[in-house]
Design a protein around this ligand. Structure first.
Ligand SMILES: NC(=O)c1ccc[n+]([C@@H]2O[C@H](COP(=O)([O-])OP(=O)(O)OC[C@H]3O[C@@H](n4cnc5c(N)ncnc54)[C@H](OP(=O)(O)O)[C@@H]3O)[C@@H](O)[C@H]2O)c1
Length: 271
C-alpha cells in the first residue's frame, strides 16, 4: 500500500471532495488527521469508516479562517498523532458576488480562508513535513483560470493560493517537500448551492463538458491523491486542471445559433 506508515492531514476532510481524498488516502494505507469546522456528525462517520480499515484517525475541530484556529489545529496534532507526511489544503470558503457589489468584509472572508489560512497551515505543518520529506496538495478551482459569474472573490483568492503553492514548492524543495494544486471544475457537493442557480452549474457542466456529466468528488480525489503519490514525483509547483472537458474546444454552431444574427455581421466591424 502506497501510503502505509504515512500520516495525512486533510483540512475540510470530513465531507465533499476532502472526504473522498481522505478515503483514498486511508484505502492506500495512510493514517489520517481530519480537520473540520463544525459538522461533527460527518467527521465522526468518516472516522468510523477509516478506523474500520485499520487506520488511526484523529479528528480536529478548528475554524481555519482564524489564525488562532490554525494554532489550535497544530497544538492538537502535537498532542495526538504527532506526524504529518502529506498535507492536503482543502478547506475553503467563498463569498459570491461581482467586483462592484462586494464589500471589504466579503473579500476578507474569501482571502482569509483561501490564501492566508493555507499559508499558515502549511507553515504550521512544515516541522513535521520536513522530517522525512513530504507532499503538499491544494484543492483549487477552475475559477482561478477562467471567469465564472459572481465567482471573482473565490476565483482570485484560489489563483493566489495556486501561486502560493508554487512558491512553497520553490522554497521548500530543499526540505524534500513537493507541492502542487488540482484545479477542479464544478463538482457535486454542498458548495454548488453557494451559486445563485446551482442547477444551471450542473446543467452547464454536463452539457458543455466532454465527459457529459457533473463532476463527482472522486473525479478530483483521483487527481489529488495521485499528486500526493510517488507516481507524480516529477511534478512540482503546478496546478493540474480537472474539469471534465468543459474548457476543451468551442462549439460555435450552438453558440452562433443562440447569440448571433449572421445578417448583421460585417468582417470589418463585427456584429
Ligand atoms: N465543489 C466544487 O464544485 C468545487 C469546485 C472547485 C474547487 N472546489 C474546492 O474543493 C475544496 C472542497 O470543496 P467541497 O465542495 O468539497 O466543499 P464542502 O463540501 O463545502 O466541504 C468543505 C469542507 O471544508 C470544511 N471547512 C469549511 N470552512 C472551514 C473553516 N473555516 N475551517 C475549517 N474547515 C472548514 C468543512 O467543514 P464542516 O463540514 O465542519 O463545515 C468541510 O469539511 C475547496 O477548496 C473548494 O474550493 C470545489
Amino acid at each position: 500500500m502506497e501510503f502505509a506508515g504515512k500520516v495525512a492531514l486533510v483540512t475540510g476532510g470530513s465531507r465533499g471532495i476532502g472526504l473522498e481524498i481522505s478515503r483514498r488516502l486511508a484505502q492506500g494505507g495512510a493514517d489520517l488527521i481530519i480537520g473540520y469546522k463544525k459538522d461533527l456528525e460527518n467527521a465522526e462517520k468518516a472516522k468510523a469508516e477509516f478506523e474500520a480499515l485499520g487506520r488511526r484517525v484523529q479528528l480536529v475541530q478548528a475554524d481555519l479562517r482564524k489564525p488562532a484556529g490554525v494554532d489550535a489545529l497544530f497544538e492538537e496534532v502535537a498532542a495526538g498523532l504527532d506526524q504529518i507526511d502529506i498535507l492536503v489544503l482543502n478547506a475553503a470558503f467563498g463569498t459570491m458576488g461581482e467586483v462592484l457589489r462586494m464589500g471589504r468584509a466579503s473579500w476578507r472572508a474569501s482571502y482569509d480562508t483561501n490564501v492566508l489560512s493555507p499559508m499558515l497551515t502549511a507553515k504550521g505543518a512544515l516541522p513535521w513535513l520536513k522530517r522525512k520529506g513530504g507532499v503538499i496538495t491544494a484543492t483549487s478551482t477552475l475559477g482561478a483560470h477562467t471567469a465564472y459569474p459572481t465567482y471573482v472573490a473565490i476565483g482570485s483568492s484560489k489563483a493566489a493560493m495556486e501561486t502560493l503553492v508554487k512558491y512553497m514548492a520553490f522554497e521548500w524543495a530543499k526540505y524534500g517537500i513537493r507541492a502542487n494544486s488540482v484545479a477542479a471544475g464544478p463538482v457535486e457537493t454542498r458548495a454548488i448551492d453557494w451559486f445563485r442557480d446551482g442547477d444551471a452549474v450542473r446543467i452547464f457542466t454536463a452539457k458543455k463538458g466532454l465527459a457529459g456529466r457533473m463532476g463527482l468528488p472522486s473525479d478530483i480525489a483521483d487527481v489529488a491523491v495521485w499528486l500526493c503519490s510517488q507516481q507524480s514525483h516529477w511534478i512540482w509547483g503546478q496546478s493540474i486542471v480537472a474539469e471534465g472537458g468543459i474548457l476543451c474546444g468551442v462549439d460555435y454552431d450552438d453558440w452562433m445559433e443562440e447569440n448571433v444574427d449572421r445578417n448583421e455581421f460585417t468582417a470589418e466591424g463585427g456584429a
